[in-house]
Design a protein around this ligand. Structure first.
Ligand code: SAM
Length: 242
């Protein structure tokens, strides 16, 4: 059954109006008539069964039941990603959503290409949120991946209150994922992956000083987006989320 997103704040008892973009999809693209059934998700983990009550610019629907509720007891994966150029970042956001990351923090660091001003940052944050939402609908994920506004690396390094914190670094020669004790038992894990130019030695030093562990993904230097999707897939598997 088709699934649509709704903002839980828009709900009044059991009825609500879908946002314009979702309404356009229901009424203009799929041409669902009044009385059609659909699934609705609120992005917080609950999926509902609903019926179209009225079509128009804002489609009105009535919730008639709960299909599934995610109690949020699972392990969490936080991904910090050095901002990549253009569509590569879109791909990483989409795939991290599909792979079940809980939170995604884009960051600027010394080797990021092309710094953005606040207005550009606002725009790309909104774009990544739209991509995350579309990926949730496509993969039937009931809970949105939290996508933070772009930040800088030093704030991210200090602000991550997670016990297992891994920074992926192509110059790490000794430590691989299989060497990290207790990774499989960890309730929450944070991963940090650099932009196309990687991390500078000073950034790696700072990260180590505040408790991040450097980890290798093998002897080959992977493209940034390959490294992120590989790291997320392996860690999700090890902690039981895949
Ligand atoms: N600094 C390098 C350069 O410019 O040649 C490569 C950076 S790499 C393209 C981008 C990011 O992918 C790195 O910052 C790191 O997080 C991750 N990465 C790529 N290959 C890796 C490997 N073999 N082990 C660990 N991390 C890797």
């Amino acid at each position: 059954m088709r699934r649509f997103f709704f903002d839980p704040l828009s709900r009044k008892e059991d009825t609500l109006f879908l946002a314009e973009e979702e309404s356009r999809h229901v009424a203009k693209v799929l041409r669902l008539p009044v009385g059609s059934e659909m699934e609705l998700f609120d992005g917080q983990g609950t999926v509902y069964r609903a019926i179209v009550v009225a079509t128009g610019r804002r489609v009105e629907v009535r919730i008639v039941g709960v299909v599934a509720r995610d109690e949020g007891a699972g392990k969490t994966l936080w991904v910090g990603q050095g901002i990549l150029k253009g569509e590569k970042m879109d791909t990483v956001v989409q795939k991290c959503t599909e792979l079940g990351a809980s939170r995604f923090s884009p960051f600027e660091s010394s080797r990021c290409q092309g710094k953005a001003d606040p207005a550009q940052n606002r725009k790309r944050h909104e774009r990544w949120q739209r991509i995350g939402l579309a990926a949730c609908k496509q993969c039937m994920r009931p809970k949105l991946m939290q996508i933070d506004a772009p930040t800088n690396l030093s704030d991210l390094l200090r602000g991550t209150d997670v016990t297992v914190r891994l920074l992926f670094w192509e110059e790490e020669k000794d430590v691989r994922l299989q060497d990290i004790p207790d990774l499989q038992k960890a309730q929450s894990v944070a991963l940090l992956l650099g932009p196309e130019g990687g991390f500078s030695p000073e950034e790696v030093d700072l990260a180590r000083q505040v408790g991040w562990l450097t980890v290798s993904l093998g002897g080959r230097i992977l493209r940034a987006e390959t490294a992120t999707l590989t790291a997320v897939s392996i860690v999700q598997f090890l902690i039981g989320n895949l």
